[in-house]
Design a protein around this ligand. Sequence first.
Ligand code: SF4
Length: 238
Amino acid sequence: MALTAVQEDVKSLVEELNFAEKVDRSLRLIEEAYEEYGDRLVVANSLGKDSMVVWHLAKRVSPFIKGFIVTTRFKPKETVEFMNRLVARHSELKVFRNDEPIPIGLYETDPDRCCDILKVEPTRRAIQEMNVACWVTGLRCTEGRTRMDFQEIEERDKGLIKLNPILIWYEREVWQYLALHQVAVNPLYAKGYRSLGCEPCTRISAGADERAGRWTGTSKCGGECGIHTRPLVPDYQI
Ligand code: SF4
């Protein structure tokens, strides 16, 4: 499976590969990308369960792989404490945040703009400052309606490769991996949350759509903050 492999039928992979095959495939994807990009391969860690799997897989490939976390002023205190513990253990994880003033209640009046300022801007900055050629995410196509149109290896921004090594994993397989490897997770999962974000925009939800608790009551419900859908290298070339 070369990194330049043609796009595969993601839905078939989701259904036909077993858990162990998916783990092997994910490790190989990271290994091949690391061989190609070396230090310019960087893991985006959102502090959610999927990111913790990808971070653990990356560390199995090489302890030297670096990462970045984008945080905001609205993250729940549990997430901030979890982040601080993780960063204390991993100095190769760099934190990015945008503290510029924004209108009060922007997350209600214009959540897209709020996410653009607080999440997309620091992600762009992380990619620029860390000289990233390949960023690695925990995105999964089984998470909800907005995540079905992705591939394991993409180039949505010219010159910037995006690797989604656990794209084909089910939610159950994420928990299976975390349990088997005893990986610590954000304590908010124990309270019933299934997808974690900023405090004002995240609710506990049930049902098939894992992301149904995100931006409830707005047109953005179950949607995206923009880091997977907006251009990340608009003004400069990698
Ligand atoms: S998730 Fe909500 S609070 Fe956080 S950046 Fe987006 S709109 Fe703003």
